[in-house]
Write a protein that binds this ligand. Structure first.
Ligand code: GLU
Length: 303
């Protein structure tokens, strides 16, 4: 639990992966995190999550930053890039290894599929549930990746929007990857290290990451880091009823008309349409957001 004093140090963030420009779905996450920070009179940071270098599209980071600026979503500090922070992820992995909480794994994806006869996972950052083959040693195989032990990882937490949550990480995903076979640190480790290092008190992001949260809390507990408060915002669905993504045809937002892009994102968040300037619309939404999502004792100070 956070101490009440924690709220005076509100720090939130938007953490896009630069795999393409912002689309209607990613703008919802950006706007929700910005509104929550403003409604709490807190700080809002932008972190470019380019740790997954094979998926990173050159130049997409600059496009995202200019789209955010066009929408009036200005960060309170210069952005940081995960690709410059691998020493922090390495140090965290070393701590986990030293504590016997992480171990090398020699299994290929095919080995895991064969062991589990599993369907390919579809959720964002989902992984095949790992059967624990290398937990007690590599059995002569070469190390490919490093995994997190999940024995005892029965995680309970309260999401500000979705309510009480529970996940047994061992049952849901098994011992998950920290350092991938291609040498990239995994999203789960990087996000936990960065949220702690940047002093993030509140994480506001899309609901498709709700089921990643237990893995992140388990890592926080294992690294003795504090757990931020989480709010998972609604998703924009594509024509096929699935979450809007580049794969199902999401278009880059039209920054020649930022208010209309913002109005669409605000509607997804249940906020009324605004006209006039972008700054006026953002202030009106921040006030409305405060009345729904900020505890009463903070609201009077935030509006
Ligand atoms: N970069 C992550 C993604 O786009 C989101 C990270 C987060 O907000 O925790 O999937």
């Amino acid at each position: 639990m956070q101490s009440p004093d924690h709220f005076s140090h509100y720090r939130g963030r938007f953490a896009p992966s630069p795999t393409g420009p912002l689309h209607a779905g990613s703008l919802v996450a950006a706007l929700a995190s910005w509104l929550d920070a403003r409604a709490h009179r807190g700080q809002w940071l932008v972190r470019i999550e380019d740790v997954d270098s094979p998926r990173t599209v050159p130049g997409a980071d600059r496009v995202i930053l200019s789209q955010l600026a066009a929408c009036g979503l200005h960060a309170d500090a210069p952005p940081v890039w995960q690709s410059t922070r691998t020493a922090l992820y390495r140090a965290a992995l070393d701590r986990l290894v030293a504590g016997a909480l992480a171990y090398p794994c020699g299994c290929s994806r095919k080995d895991i599929e064969n062991a589990m006869a599993a369907d390919a996972p579809r959720a964002r950052h989902a992984e095949l549930r790992y059967p624990g083959t290398c937990r007690d040693g590599l059995h002569g195989k070469a190390a490919r990746a490093w995994r997190m032990r999940t024995e005892g990882a029965a995680i309970h937490w309260q999401d500000r929007a979705a309510g009480p949550q529970a996940q047994d990480v061992q049952d849901a995903v098994g011992d998950f990857v920290l350092l991938r076979a291609d040498g990239c640190f995994a999203y789960q480790l990087a996000v936990v290290v960065d949220d702690a290092d940047q002093g993030i008190s509140h994480v506001v992001r899309g609901a498709d990451l709700l089921d990643n949260t237990a893995r992140q809390i388990w890592l926080q507990q294992s690294l003795q880091l504090s757990t931020p408060q989480y709010l998972h915002a609604p998703l924009v669905l594509g024509a096929n009823g699935e979450k809007l993504s580049k794969q199902n045809g999401a278009q880059a937002i039209d920054t020649s008309d930022p208010l209309s892009a913002l109005n669409q994102a605000a509607a997804t968040l249940g906020l009324p349409s605004q006209s006039g300037s972008v700054d006026h619309a953002l202030s009106a939404w921040a006030a409305a957001w405060a009345s729904t999502w900020v505890r009463p004792e903070r609201q009077t100070r935030a509006t």
